[in-house]
Design a protein around this ligand. Structure first.
Ligand code: SF4
Ligand SMILES: [Zn+2]
Length: 397
């Protein structure tokens, strides 16, 4: 039996829980993925009809030339994202909407169903096709289906928007895609223009250098670039979230036609969901989003113009999903509706006047929180416990 210098016997290996037992350790990946394999998740996945798209809806949008239009968003039921299969981003709950047995025929059936439902998109000039992953990734989406979407949208004369990670956007792939549809928009979930945040907060699986490369390729083929940034990734306090996001917007603006800042919303079964349940994470304050817009406005509109102005560097869109709710970006509960509405109006108008006169007593609480977080080393922040009933909080709704 091993002994320490003092002669006392060392504990048996099985009791050395902190040091491990010498066996292969659990991978964090398996813990993170556990929710995707729970009975509720499996049951939900199998309940979907694989020949029907997850959802199809229309929204007001603006074309590349600034013309207002109606856009249709088609969210397809797919096998999901290949990065999720092997690891996955810390906030991504897309696994909730996918099923791993979707075939190419199912995807074609979903696409036909979407076209039929909206009369071959007769009233929509823009079509957004989202796959809970990357449309141009052959392991996720059969090439024949990629071809159908690219070709159909070109033949129908629609402005197409697809989503992709960076590694798919090679010269070879883009040469092939533009031979079928010479002009479309690629939206990339970059989340943060910061390698440390990408690696340790988001677990994104690519670096800022891969985004730079992907954007150079897209520029070479004359394709439009939309960049998604994440406001307040996990393990970050409110003050850092605000300061970082302002820096990232400025860093990517000149190479992006459009920037969409997505304030964190908590999706079920994700890492951020666990942090939130343990009161270790508060989704961003709406006041922070407003402040971020104010601090980046002059950069986005150097001559003070509003959206559509010739001077505009990039279009900045902030859409607080689940805004005002506990799991989305929120304030005190009484001013949320007004602030969300002003932020959404800004995305269309690009006019800071949208925020004129907005105030509430909770603004001082937010200001104080940001001030203190800048003075003290508080990586998880000092937000008060979640608002709402204490009993509900203790039950971790
Ligand atoms: S790359 Fe996108 S779809 Fe894939 S895990 Fe990350 S957020 Fe989810
Ligand atoms: Zn308030």
């Amino acid at each position: 039996m091993p002994t320490e210098a003092c002669g006392e016997p060392m504990p048996a290996p099985t009791t050395l829980s902190l040091l491990g037992t010498g066996k292969k350790g659990l991978r964090i990946h398996d813990l993170v993925k556990a929710p995707a394999n729970t009975p509720w998740a499996k049951e939900k996945q199998q309940s979907w009809d694989a020949s029907e798209p997850a959802t199809v809806y229309t929204t007001p949008e603006v074309l590349a030339d600034g013309t207002p239009c109606e856009a249709v968003t088609v969210i397809l039921r797919t096998k999901g994202c290949h990065w999720w299969w092997s690891s996955g981003c810390t906030f991504c709950g897309y696994f909730n909407d996918t099923r791993d047995d979707v075939t190419g025929d199912d995807l074609h059936a979903q696409w036909e169903a979407a076209k039929t439902r909206f009369d071959r998109f007769a009233n929509q000039a823009m079509v957004k096709v989202y796959t809970s992953g990357s449309l141009l990734e052959d392991r996720e989406i059969p090439v024949a289906f990629q071809e159908t979407v690219l070709r159909d949208c070109h033949e129908l004369g629609k402005e197409l928007v697809v989503e992709s990670r960076c590694e798919q956007l090679t010269e070879e792939k883009l040469a092939w895609a533009t031979s079928l549809n010479p002009s479309f928009t690629v939206a990339i979930g970059l989340e943060a223009y910061d390698d440390e945040v990408l690696r340790f907060h988001v677990n994104k699986g690519f670096s800022t250098a891969s985004w730079d490369r992907a954007v150079s390729n897209l520029e070479r083929f004359g394709l439009r670039i939309k960049t998604y940034l994440m406001f307040k990734p996990p393990f970050m306090n409110e003050a850092d979230a605000l300061d970082h996001c302002v820096t990232w917007v400025k860093a990517v603006a000149e190479r992006s036609d459009e920037i969409s800042v997505n304030p964190m919303n908590i999706q079920r079964g994700t890492v951020i969901d666990r942090l939130h349940r343990h009161d270790e994470y508060r989704p961003p304050w709406l006041w922070s989003l407003m402040e971020m817009i104010k601090q980046t406005h002059a950069f986005i509109h150097p001559n003070g113009g509003v959206n559509g102005g010739e001077d505009q560097v990039s279009r900045l869109i902030v859409h607080p999903t689940a805004g005002g709710k506990i799991r989305g970006s929120h304030n005190c509960g009484s001013c949320d509706g007004e602030v969300v509405a002003a932020i959404e109006r800004y995305a269309v108008s690009g006019d800071l006047m949208e925020f004129h006169g907005l105030d509430c007593s909770c603004r001082a609480v937010w200001e104080n929180e940001v001030f203190l977080e800048r003075q003290l080393p508080l990586p998880l922040g000092l937000s008060k416990p979640r608002r709402g009933r204490v009993v509900d909080r203790l039950r971790s709704p």
